[in-house]
Design a protein around this ligand. Structure first.
Ligand SMILES: Nc1ncnc2c1ncn2[C@@H]1O[C@H](COP(=O)(O)OP(=O)(O)O)[C@@H](O)[C@H]1O
Ligand SMILES: [Mg+2]
Length: 242
């Protein structure tokens, strides 16, 4: 890494065990800012657990996590979000009876129908609304949205705080080919201002987006670097091609 380049996220000796099961077995890695990082690995590799450690959902068993050079290892979720780490939401956490706009307000930490004077917050909201392509449905209840629209709203909620770094865990899962294309385009748009860490199974779409690729296997990073060189790695090919 070049001198003075700030990492979006850097971890050292990161471990997580659930009972006697070692799920994350010692990860040392640095994700430079202003890049789109794709993280892949077989089911059960520990990808989601890794994100849950980064965002503060889980406390690590060992190791250290830095976010924009700040040690956040023991910092609560909310405080990490205030520093600029985008929280991801899941459909299960959407308020189905509230409007799209109010869900975005809640994600941004603003009370409903308040913050009129906070231009910045309103601006972020409009960006998030156009991100999910739901401007026309902004005042309707979330329960009237299709599955694909709700998945897009999840991501938009992650963007509502205008984060420095956004963690996206399989945002394209369950979407149609067309919807996946839309999500990919939106990720490209927001990545001009936001560093992206993306877990995704659809390699055809995700590899086109990514600057760097990280492969997780049994709780360890087995390859990390520019997409082409990682995809050429014999061990990675073995895992993915048979
Ligand atoms: N809260 C938990 N308690 C116990 N085991 C867990 C927990 N979360 C994840 N695991 C286990 O950790 C392993 C990795 O899971 P996960 O991080 O979800 O993998 P991935 O996202 O790569 O598919 C799995 O074996 C899973 O059963
Ligand atoms: Mg997962």
């Amino acid at each position: 890494m070049s001198v003075g380049a700030q990492a979006a996220i850097a971890v050292k000796g990161l471990k997580k065990a659930f009972g006697s099961v070692d799920v994350i077995r010692g990860i040392d890695i640095s994700f430079p800012r202003h890049e789109k990082h794709l993280i892949i690995g077989p089911n059960g590799a520990g990808k989601t657990t890794f994100f849950n450690l980064l965002n503060g959902q889980y406390a690590p068993s060992a190791g250290r996590i830095e976010f924009l050079d700040v040690d956040v290892t023991h910092m609560p979720i909310r405080q990490r979000a205030l520093l600029g780490l985008g929280r991801t939401f899941q459909i299960a956490s959407l308020f189905q009876d509230l409007s799209v706009r109010d869900n975005l307000r809640i994600a941004a930490g603003a009370p409903q129908a308040a913050q009129r004077s906070d231009l910045r917050a309103e601006e972020n909201m409009e960006i998030a609304l156009s991100f999910c392509g739901l401007k026309a449905k902004a005042d309707g209840a979330v329960r009237h949205l299709s599955y694909g629209e709700q998945r897009r709203l999840e991501i938009a909620m992650g963007l509502a705080t205008a984060p420095q770094v956004l963690l996206l865990d399989e945002p394209m899962a369950g979407l149609t080919q067309i919807e996946r294309g839309i999500v990919a385009e939106r990720i490209l748009e927001v990545s001009t201002a936001t560093s992206i860490l993306l877990i995704e199974h659809d390699l055809e779409v995700a590899l086109k987006l990514a600057d760097k690729l990280t492969v997780l296997h049994l709780g360890e990073v087995i390859a990390h670097g520019p997409v082409e060189s990682v995809m050429d790695d014999p061990f990675v090919r073995q895992i993915y091609l048979g």
